[in-house]
Design a protein around this ligand. Structure first.
Ligand code: SF4
Length: 427
């Protein structure tokens, strides 16, 4: 079957990020003719998509919707209008099965199927095995479409769901095919190309849908396999990448084994990753440095034990300080922090301490310390959505397609204070 895989368009918001999901899907579609298109790197995103459909004449089109908006960022941008434009363009040019999947789709699958009748099938949660089975069924070589697990479909004007599938083991999945799109447009962006060493996250942060999307149990790639994938990327000319793992150094022994495999392979690419301060040691950071890491990203989200507990973060203020000191003293890393301005459990004292931490780090590390201060977005399938429901901030059945922001009401002035602080710094 001829399959066109399309990354959903972000409408020009932000730099392009390599659609690793499409690379994973393409690798899973052995025996089919597959081509990929990313409107985010095209001079004419929709015109380019239309032209690609006319030229390739696909028999199935898959659209990957990673995010429906800019989530926990300072500036709220909805990606649904450009997503709708991609669907409209595809539907105008092509009458065959139009399939949508990706993390953004999976989180809002029912509401998106209702809102966009152009979608024929929806692939729910991890797509490799499901998409391949659906394409095989559509091609007539894989049994009944209705029997493929983890698929939304339409029948008699109704949306039906076939039921969830078990999560795939990495050993059963082929390596992503990074040759499906040229790397150059993404290589110029610091976090443009991502690589997984595992899926799953054992942590349970209040606001995070990652456990819903990828499970709480870690499913690891063999370290040698990660190093081989990276060697392939290096051979394609890539000089830096980022690890996409929820938290790279949890479990720490897997991270260490991956880094040792990278060193053994003689890789020279620079990289960044999300780290937790919990259990972080100088030894592990030295290994990271030797394996090419130049940017350590932390997401403590708050700087005070009450707020950290309310956010469900598995880290304390003392651990945040200790992790920062380790990174600062080694002198070879940039460090990035994500904080929420006014999360649950926030207080004036903790907010001022957070500000003090930021100013101290900027004084000590200068431009090598980066900070993002943002506001929580209530996502479905999270404990924050349950909290917002209990507090009456969202109505029962609210599909949350339109962003609902969450700040602690009694300290709303802290949000305003940080907004003024950021404005004064030209952000
Ligand atoms: S925010 Fe990060 S550490 Fe927390 S649950 Fe989500 S992926 Fe895991």
């Amino acid at each position: 079957m001829k399959v066109l895989l399309v990354q959903s368009w972000l409408g020009g918001d932000g730099p392009p990020v390599y659609p690793v999901g499409l690379a994973c899907l393409a690798a899973s579609l052995a025996g089919h003719a597959v081509t990929c298109f990313d409107p985010n790197t095209a001079a004419d995103p929709l015109g380019g998509l239309a032209a690609r459909i006319r030229e390739f004449r696909p028999e199935a089109v898959g659209v990957s919707l990673r995010n429906i908006d800019s989530t926990n960022t300072r500036r709220s941008v909805s990606y649904l209008p450009p997503f709708a434009a991609v669907l409209d363009t595809a539907r105008r040019e092509f009458s065959g099965p139009l399939i949508v999947g990706g993390a953004g789709f999976s989180m809002f699958a029912g509401p998106l199927m209702d809102r966009y009748p152009a979608i024929d099938y929806g692939v729910y949660l991890e797509g490799e095995a499901t998409f391949a089975a659906l394409v095989a069924a559509l091609a007539g070589s894989g049994g009944d479409v209705a029997a493929v697990p983890s698929v939304y479909r339409r029948e008699g004007g109704r949306v039906l769901f076939s039921g969830p599938a078990a999560k795939a083991d990495f050993t059963d999945l082929p390596a992503p095919d990074f040759a499906v799109l040229p790397l150059a447009p993404y290589a110029a962006v610091p976090f443009g190309v991502g690589v997984e060493t595992k899926r799953g996250c054992a942590f349970a942060c209040l606001y995070c849908p990652y456990g819903f999307l990828n499970g709480r149990a870690y499913r690891r790639k063999a370290p040698g396999r990660v190093a081989a994938e990276l060697a392939g990327l290096q051979a394609l000319g890539l000089t830096r990448f980022t690890f996409l793992d929820s938290v790279f150094n949890a479990p720490a022994e897997h991270a260490a084994a991956v880094m040792r495999a990278m060193i053994d392979r003689g890789l020279t690419m620079a990289w960044s990753a999300w780290f937790t301060e919990r259990g972080l040691t100088r030894e592990l950071l030295e290994l990271a440095r030797d394996a090419g890491c130049d940017t350590v990203i932390f997401s403590p989200d708050a700087y005070g034990d009450t707020a950290l507990r309310a956010l469900g973060k598995a880290v304390t203020r003392a651990e945040i300080d200790a992790g920062y000191a380790l990174v600062r003293d080694m002198g070879c890393f940039d460090v990035s922090y994500n904080f929420f301005k006014n999360p649950p459990g926030q207080s004036l004292g903790q907010a001022l301490a957070m500000l003090g931490f930021i100013l101290r780090a900027r004084r000590q590390m200068g431009r090598r310390a980066h900070f993002e201060l943002s506001t929580l977005r209530v996502e479905p399938h999270t404990a924050l959505a349950e909290l917002a429901g209990r507090e009456g901030r969202i109505a029962p059945g609210d599909d949350l397609l339109e962003p609902v922001r969450y700040g602690q009401k009694r300290t709303a002035y802290i949000e305003k204070f940080f907004d003024m602080f950021l404005k004064a710094r030209g952000k």
